[in-house]
Design a protein around this ligand. Structure first.
Ligand SMILES: Nc1ncnc2c1ncn2[C@@H]1O[C@H](COP(=O)(O)OP(=O)(O)OP(=O)(O)O)[C@@H](O)[C@H]1O
Length: 625
């Protein structure tokens, strides 16, 4: 949708208000000549009295309704626990839908004023989070003054594929596409199905045989300028899924002109990552693609010299692409060293993490510093998509296409298991998952035993990732392993960035085959040949569990994960059982004893019964005989 359209809609609403005011005035003016006739006057008085009565009755009714809704909302919030797989109730949905509209008004007007003022100043205005009507397929291209020359056109090779083959492919790869614009773009099953371009003429995917399902299904939409939410298992190539459309778009659109005296770095694409290491990794992937067409990418992350990063920004006269962690990016924005006012393409990698409480405000500030969502393309990718962040996500996007890979309708963490497609939690099915219920005091000895068993014979140098929950715990476990003769490195927040980088490099290079980590290493890291993940302490959320174990079994390979589960973790037993069952993994009886109840994750605003409501679905008509 174009910015113009949005304005038209807002103006329409304002106009509506003005019209009713006008009608009131006209009514009074019309009545003056009639006033002189007493019978008419009497009738008029009676009418007015009736109107007054109706009005007060309406008011009363409205009050009653509001009271009832408040009561229902309260009721739903007071019930945080649900047994495994239970769905939210209708009351929950209604109260959420109503609640959704309320805080939006002020946000919407903020967003509007940002548009009217041109681009935001980077002071972090939150974006409007309302849903809007569908834009044209190439929505962003319509709205941009410096439109991209790239336009996605389905190739003849893809046209030639029969519809049956397409449907078989979608089914076999478990691809589900939810597109509010019903544009029916076919998946690009082969790299040769992609339209030719200067970038593709460089053959950047020569080492791969075919696109992964998330790439195949999301590329046509992302290349068409659509906002995309991509949900696919860990290690399934999501980085390239957003990197290719980003580079294609920038390579074919002109840079905006700025004064030579202006030393600000104007990025044209921004990718936000939750951890420094992931930002560096994503930067490397994007950079190698971008450099093929003469584009530059800079990585901004905390714990490293700001001056060096500033120099890099200046050297590249604006860096076409910035890959960053939120904190450092915010710093540069507030200094005025970086501007996102030219951004055409914004990506939230590990999107659910970026939208959860810890990062929500940063993301509002960062996306609020970009052009409004109608004038940029916004993509969100992740392996886990809890309902609690879905509403917020869509508020940053325009009519997003949701591409989901995997059969996610069976069971999960905070979704339901009614087969209605709303469950978004799925572990990589090529990972063998084992859960051992142990005495908390015996965890370290058991870890040592497991490591010895896993590194026998030819597996001597196999890479093993050991996850702890706390930084101090990671230090303790590392020292314990060292004392017992294990070559080990560690990565956690109490280490300096250069130590973190050194540990990761040593692990990647194979100089140390065991890496003890906290959840800073849980998401996104693509370390080749991690054979085993051991969870010494269960993470804070079931999503983190899925990401942690996802460090193995990447890019089609097999992997193994062993989790030491204790009574202290019993709050997670239900959601863990669901994840195990969904991936057809054994559920030990000792784990079942902790119960199958899944504690629903509450939404900050809507409480525990928050539920994603599919706005495109028609309501069920109930008839009474
Ligand atoms: N089409 C492809 N064929 C084979 N391998 C691929 C393909 N695309 C990407 N890969 C490789 O797959 C690996 C995993 O990719 P990537 O890191 O993007 O996964 P991801 O889905 O982002 O994982 P996570 O959810 O853990 O962040 C990388 O080594 C990448 O080079």
């Amino acid at each position: 949708m174009s910015a113009g359209k949005k304005h038209a809609r807002s103006e329409g609403e304002e106009q509506g208000a003005r019209v009713s005011k006008k009608q009131k005035t006209v009514g009074t003016a019309d009545s003056s000549p009639i006033d002189s006739d007493p019978s008419v006057l009497k009738a008029e008085k009676k009418k007015k009295k009736k109107e007054k009565k109706d009005k007060s009755e309406n008011k009363e009714e409205k009050k009653k309704k509001e009271k009832k809704e408040k009561k229902e909302k309260k009721k739903t919030r007071e019930e945080p626990e649900q047994s495994t797989g239970e769905t939210g109730n209708e009351t929950g949905e209604t109260s959420i839908a109503d609640g959704d509209t309320k805080p939006e008004k002020s946000k919407k007007s903020k967003s509007k004023s940002r548009e009217q003022n041109g681009l935001s100043n980077g002071t972090g205005t939150a974006e409007s989070t309302d849903l809007e009507p569908a834009p044209a397929v190439n929505g962003i291209q319509d709205a941009q003054p410096n439109a991209s020359n790239y336009s996605y056109k389905q190739t003849a090779a893809l046209d030639a594929v029969s519809e049956v083959e397409i449907q078989d492919f979608l089914k076999a790869k478990e691809i589900a596409i939810s597109d509010p614009s019903s544009s029916n773009l076919r998946p690009v099953m082969q790299f040769s199905h992609l339209p030719t371009s200067p970038l593709l003429s460089k053959n950047p995917f020569a080492t791969f045989t075919e696109p992964t399902p998330i790439q195949a299904a999301s590329w046509p939409f992302a290349l068409s300028g659509r906002d995309v939410i991509g949900i696919a298992e860990t290690g399934s190539g999501k980085t390239i899924a957003f990197a290719l459309p980003c580079v294609e778009l920038l390579a074919s659109s002109p840079k905006a002109k700025h004064s030579k005296k202006d030393k600000t770095a104007y990025a044209r694409a921004v990718v936000v990552s939750p951890t420094r290491e992931l930002a560096m990794q994503t930067h490397a992937a994007m950079s190698s693609l971008a450099s093929l067409v003469g584009l530059s990418a800079v990585c901004l992350y905390g714990g490293a010299s700001k001056d060096d990063q500033r120099t890099l920004l200046r050297k590249n006269s604006g860096a076409d692409i910035i890959v960053a962690t939120p904190g450092r990016l915010k710093d540069f924005l507030s200094e005025g060293c970086v501007s996102l006012s030219d951004v055409r393409f914004a990506v939230l990698d590990e999107a659910d993490r970026m939208l959860d409480k810890g990062f929500e405000e940063d993301i509002k500030l960062i996306l609020g510093s970009c052009p409004p969502r109608e004038r940029r393309q916004t993509l969100m990718f992740t392996a886990t998509w809890p309902t609690s962040v879905q509403g917020l996500a869509e508020g940053f996007m325009v009519n997003p296409v949701k591409v989901t890979i995997g059969n996610r309708t069976r069971a999960g963490g905070d979704g339901d298991s009614q087969g209605n497609g709303t469950v978004e939690l799925q572990a990589n099915s090529r990972i063998e998952q084992k859960v051992e219920v142990v005495d908390p005091r015996g965890k370290e000895q058991r870890l040592l035993q497991l490591l010895r068993e896993a590194t026998k014979g030819s597996a001597k140098n196999d890479r093993i990732l050991v996850f702890c929950l706390y930084k101090k715990e990671a230090v303790r476990v590392e020292q314990f392993l060292q004392r017992n003769g294990v070559r080990v490195a560690s990565i956690h927040g109490d280490l300096r960035q250069d130590q973190r980088t050194r540990s990761l490099e040593a692990f990647k290079a194979g100089t140390t085959s065991v890496l003890v980590a906290t959840d800073v290493a849980a998401r996104g890291l693509d370390i080749p040949e991690v054979k085993l993940v051991i969870n010494v302490t269960f993470p804070l959320t079931i999503e983190d569990y899925v990401h942690r174990i996802g460090r193995t079994g990447r890019a089609g390979k097999l992997g193994k994960a062993i989790t030491l589960f204790t009574e202290h973790d019993k709050a997670h037993s239900g959601s863990l059982i669901n994840v195990l069952r969904a991936a057809k993994q054994p559920v030990p009886d000792e784990l079942l004893k902790f119960g199958t109840t899944v504690k629903k994750k509450g939404h900050d605003t809507y409480g525990a019964f928050f539920k994603d409501v599919d706005m495109s679905k028609k309501g069920t008509k109930i008839t009474f005989d």
